[in-house]
Design a protein around this ligand. Structure first.
Ligand code: GLN
Length: 537
């Protein structure tokens, strides 16, 4: 079978959950035994989201190969349980960058470089290369933005051409749209969908399937009306009702027959029904937890939950394993002081200090670490959170007055966290951190080893600063345990305080590798410790 390409566009408004629909369809197709991947085409001019403010873009998702990508790739990995890579995220910035580089080399042999065909060819080759290099049965391509956006036009044109290039039987166009319910009129409205499809058709793209986001079930009459006005069969009008959790969406799409229609239309030779036993069990566990536990997430971007997307999802996975629901208490680190920290954190059973960049809110994070350490509340520090744990320990347990990271204080007498040597001369900000997967070796008798149950692990990174190995012995001599190091360079990857009930800081980002089928062991261990702490009162 040649690779099948499914293009998913969105209409009417943003935030309809295109990423979740793509991930859900991907889950259904993989559960039928197909080899599937998902690619995101982003219309912005940044080469990648790595340089964007988390308020602007939400979390930057890092892949094994060190690509800084859109957070939708996180959903793809969590739903499909398959790693993605740089190839899975294309941006307009990257496309233009590469086309311009080729032009400078003279690769276009004197031609005038134009959006059509040069930009569209570059887009198409990114899609085809992914499909062919991975030998995929199906590539789902999520076109970012909303139909009608000026910056999305080259992508729509590339999709239009690709449908011609690979043929009708090898490509499909799915359009995600909104069918709003107007309370005052007591009716659902199809007009925005009609307009959105018309706009897509003006660009030469005909949707084969419409996925309609709706608050209320779509009655047959409404489905027929949408079908008639939008030139699709009535079975190709798929309702996507608001779900309690994103993890229910694959099951809802299964009920609506989305995967079945896709398979029929693309002539994919599969006979088996999707095997979703494990998924259903997981959804049940999320729906009916036996216990609840409150965990604080201390960070400076807490007003924008998308900035911590993978952490939130990792808590859902780890909660399900522990038969519990994790209620996140969002705590703005800028508001925390040594005086008020008890009032903010006194009622939680676990404290997570989040990743981040820059000095804003640091003293609040340090107050949170100290509170967790002294009160013996389960603590999990991620990246900057781990660095804060080291700084707090240095100041308050090792007597290193004024200890800090050189990220915040270049003149600190105790630079317990310092910039990595290879980072010192880097001037550009984009794509220059220590990124992607690196090995880590765990020490015997540690929380980390207990959680992972294996000595050699590999995790994803995104940082410039690191525990200063010149001060490591001093930190260890007053009780900090280094429980994981990178075997190639001796960089410290995990620290613990052994006498505390569960106090772990990690330089990497474990949240990026937590999936429904493989919840992350450190999150699982942290939630378990928080439940135990809660039970002890
Ligand atoms: N700012 C810190 C560093 O660059 C931590 C980064 C992070 O939390 N991702 O090392």
């Amino acid at each position: 079978m040649s690779t099948k390409y499914i293009f998913v566009t969105g209409g009417v408004t943003s935030s309809l959950g295109k990423g979740i629909i793509c991930a859900s369809l991907g889950r259904l197709l993989t559960s039928r035994g197909l080899n599937v991947t998902i690619q995101k085409l982003d219309p912005y001019i940044n080469v990648d989201p790595g340089t964007m403010n988390p308020y602007e873009h939400g979390e930057v998702y890092v892949t094994d190969d060190g690509a800084e990508t859109d957070l939708d790739l996180g959903h793809y990995e969590r739903f499909l349980d398959l790693p993605t890579s740089q190839q899975n995220n294309v941006t307009t910035g990257r496309i233009y960058y590469d086309v311009i580089m080729k032009e400078r080399k003279g690769a276009y042999l004197g031609k005038t470089i134009q959006v059509v065909p040069h930009i569209t060819d570059e887009i198409k080759s990114r899609v085809r290369n992914l499909g062919e290099s991975g030998n995929y049965d199906v590539v789902i391509v999520e076109v970012g933005g909303t139909v009608g956006d000026i910056e999305g036009l080259p992508y729509i044109e590339a999709v239009r051409q690709m449908r011609y290039d690979v043929g009708r039987k090898n490509s499909l166009s799915i359009h995600l749209t909104l069918v709003p319910y107007l309370k005052a009129a007591g009716e659902v409205k199809t007009k925005p969908t009609q307009h959105s499809v018309k706009m897509l058709q003006e660009s030469g793209l005909m949707p084969d399937i419409l996925v309609c986001r709706a608050e209320v079930p779509l009655e047959d009459g409404i489905r027929r009306k949408i079908a008639q006005f939008c030139n699709v069969d009535v079975e190709d009008v798929i309702a996507s009702l608001d779900a309690k959790s994103i993890y229910e969406v694959p099951l809802l799409m299964l009920q609506e027959g989305l995967d079945k229609r896709v398979i029929e239309k693309l002539d994919i030779p599969v006979t088996s029904e999707p095997n979703l036993d494990g998924w259903v069990k997981f959804v049940e566990a999320v729906r009916n937890p036996s216990a609840q536990v409150s965990i604080a997430l201390v960070g400076k971007y807490v007003e924008h939950h998308d900035a911590y997307m993978s952490i939130v999802e990792a808590f859902i996975h780890a909660g399900a394993v522990n038969d519990a629901k994790v209620n996140i208490k969002w705590v703005q680190s800028e508001n925390l002081t040594a005086e008020n920290v008890g009032a903010h954190l006194g009622d939680v059973s676990g404290i997570l200090v989040a990743p981040g960049f820059g000095g804003r809110g640091i003293e609040g994070k340090l107050a949170a670490v100290e509170f967790a350490r002294v009160q013996n509340i389960p603590f999990f520090g991620i990246c900057l959170g781990m660095q804060c744990a080291v700084i707090e320990f240095a100041r308050n347990r090792c007597g290193m007055k004024g200890a800090n990271s050189t990220e915040f204080d270049g003149a600190t007498p105790y630079p317990v966290i310092d910039i990595m040597v290879e980072q010192k001369n880097i001037k550009n900000l984009g794509g220059t951190m220590r990124l992607g997967k690196y090995d880590c070796q765990l020490q015997e008798g540690t929380r980390a080893l207990e959680a992972y149950a294996q000595v050699d692990i590999s995790e994803r990174h995104r940082h410039r600063y690191e525990l200063n190995n010149n001060l490591r012995a001093d930190l260890e001599s007053c009780g900090l345990k280094v429980s994981g190091t990178n075997p190639d360079r001796g960089l410290v990857e995990i620290v613990e305080i052994p006498e505390n009930r569960w106090f772990v800081g990690v330089q990497f980002h474990p949240e990026l590798k937590s999936t429904v089928t493989k919840p992350h062991p450190l999150f699982t261990g942290f939630v378990k410790a928080s439940l135990e702490h809660q039970a002890e009162g």
